[in-house]
Design a protein around this ligand. Structure first.
Ligand SMILES: [Zn+2]
Length: 118
């Protein structure tokens, strides 16, 4: 089990396994957040925090919501608004430092081609 925790500790997520790789995306939202996404099935992730401790952000036609701690502001994950979608993103920057130091970082050109550029 890997625990991803915000700075103040109010928002945490438990994932079943270490990510094999994480994604650094340059799209309009990810580059501003400065996050590294580890993708999982929602069935592999337990959000250990009450909804009231989180704020969410959505815009335009996007079908996902970005969650952050309502207290310290750390972005914790994104979740699909479509319950049939078997994918979510956990911000690996909230995972233990020793894990992050060894994981492969992939670069996604989400701003334009939606393809990995490494
Ligand atoms: Zn927090």
């Amino acid at each position: 089990m890997i625990l991803a925790t915000c700075h103040c500790g109010r928002v945490s997520l438990e994932v079943q396994s270490e990510p094999a790789e994480v994604t650094d995306c340059n799209c309009s939202i990810c580059r501003r957040y400065g996050v590294l996404w580890a993708y999982y099935s929602p069935r592999q992730v337990r959000v250990l925090t009450h909804e009231a401790a989180q704020d969410t952000y959505q815009w335009g036609e996007e079908k996902i919501a970005f969650h952050r701690c309502a207290h310290c502001g750390c972005v914790s994950h994104w979740a699909s608004l479509d319950p049939a979608r078997d994918r979510m993103g956990v911000n690996a920057r909230l995972m233990p430092l020793e894990l992050l130091s060894k994981v492969r970082v992939r670069h996604l050109d989400g701003a334009d081609t939606e393809e990995y550029v490494d």
